[in-house]
Design a protein around this ligand. Structure first.
Ligand SMILES: Nc1nc2c(ncn2[C@@H]2O[C@H](COP(=O)(O)OP(=O)(O)OP(=O)(O)O)[C@@H](O)[C@H]2O)c(=O)[nH]1
Length: 366
């Protein structure tokens, strides 16, 4: 299986976009093969002269191989998908025109091939390019038909050529319109997909971030704690701390809820600035915050909290009495080996209660 996989990846490349284009190429190559076989049948039945049919078959085969090389090395050659599609379709339409000129009574059947070519290329072309290609095809085929009926009106009766032209014009027009509608549909779907991705991103943010402080919310912190419990090998240390802003109720009572909100926001900004790279501070509820310090000894955790306290003490919130210093009390607990975080948090909560009871603006260790 591996040699087959290796050969496939050399032939089709590894990039999904390139593979998709080469899969399209395989489909067109099969179409060319079918056309060459049918042309050979026409030669065998005596409807088509041998030499021009051979020349056309060889040109079509060579063109198919060249188009493979152009697609396979399109990145190196800096060929955009629409340029590739245009080149391939112009070549294929040229083959159809030559095939029509040398085919006998079945030549009208070749017209359906032109429609297939336009439909194929419309996947990679812009609607305006598809319209242009359809017009070029109609002009080219019309010229061949005119040239055939002018040169040999008995084998190519003008009325028949005119009807063939009419059918081709109708089919190409409908195909071009249809492909333009499909392109618009694809664009709409792409836009919808981008909108959905954006909405999903917003939902993800809303589900993990606290709206007021932009810190992690309680739900997200619980997820992080579970992940941390799974990640941490037994014995490896981490700490949790519960923080509560001191006398916060007074801020609300004296200055109103809006200023209370501003204090919460400023507190969060200041506290965030004191964290280490892997620490997470979450709004646990109201004016209470939970700090998770992975791989931290109690001494390291205490240093983080002291740094945080310095940042918070230095806070000046507009509208608040400058003499009023914002502070917080904290309960710190080092997680014991195998201990669930819920228990460590409960110990931190008791330590926080002691910090409040013994005068606030301090850190108590559980
Ligand atoms: N502005 C504002 N206030 C909030 C919010 N969430 C909770 N609070 C208020 O926070 C206050 C918490 O006060 P308490 O926990 O009773 O006590 P405190 O004044 O902080 O005193 P200590 O904690 O004992 O130092 C209450 O008045 C709540 O209404 C919020 O999102 N915005």
């Amino acid at each position: 299986m591996k040699p087959v996989r290796d050969t496939t990846s050399v032939l089709l490349g590894a990039e999904p976009a390139l593979r998709r284009m080469l899969n399209y190429w395989i489909a067109t190559a099969l179409l060319y093969l079918a056309a060459i076989v049918l042309m050979a049948c026409q030669v065998a039945a005596g409807h088509t002269p041998r030499e021009p049919a051979l020349l056309l078959g060889a040109t079509a085969a060579a063109g198919t191989l060249v188009s493979y090389a152009l697609i396979r090395f399109s990145t190196a050659l800096d060929l955009a998908p629409d340029v590739l599609a245009m080149l391939q379709s112009v070549f294929a339409i040229g083959c159809c025109m030559a095939g029509y000129a040398i085919s006998g009574p079945v030549r009208a059947a070749l017209l359906c091939m032109t429609v297939v070519i336009i439909a194929f290329c419309a996947v990679a072309l812009r609607p305006r390019q598809t319209m242009f290609l359809s017009a070029v095809t109609l002009g080219g085929m019309g010229s061949v038909m005119w040239w055939l009926q002018a040169g040999d009106p008995l084998r190519h009766p003008p009325a028949v050529e005119a009807m063939n032209f009419g059918y081709l014009a109708a089919a190409l027009l409908s195909t071009a319109l249809l492909s333009s509608e499909m392109t618009k549909l694809r664009r709409r779907m792409k836009r919808k997909k981008q909108e959905l991705e954006k909405a999903l991103e917003t939902i993800r943010t809303l589900a993990t971030i606290d709206e007021l402080t932009a810190l992690a919310n309680r739900r997200h912190m619980n997820e992080l704690l579970c992940a941390e419990e799974r990640r941490q090998p037994p014995g490896a240390g981490s700490c949790v701390a519960l923080l509560d802003i001191d006398f916060f109720k007074q801020v609300n009572d004296l200055h109103g809820h809006a200023l209370g909100d501003a204090v919460l926001r400023e507190f969060a900004n200041a506290a965030r600035g004191a964290l280490r790279a892997h620490d997470t501070l979450a709004r646990w509820g109201g004016e209470e915050f939970l700090l998770l310090l992975p791989d931290a000894a109690p001494h390291d955790a205490r240093q983080v909290l002291e740094r945080m306290a310095d940042h918070v003490h230095a806070l000046r919130v507009e509208g608040l009495d400058p003499a009023r210093r914002i502070s917080f009390s904290a309960g710190l607990a080092a997680r014991r080996t195998g201990e669930p975080f819920t228990e460590a948090i409960s110990r931190a909560d008791k330590a926080l209660y002691r910090a409040k009871a013994s005068g606030r603006d301090r850190i108590e260790v559980a």
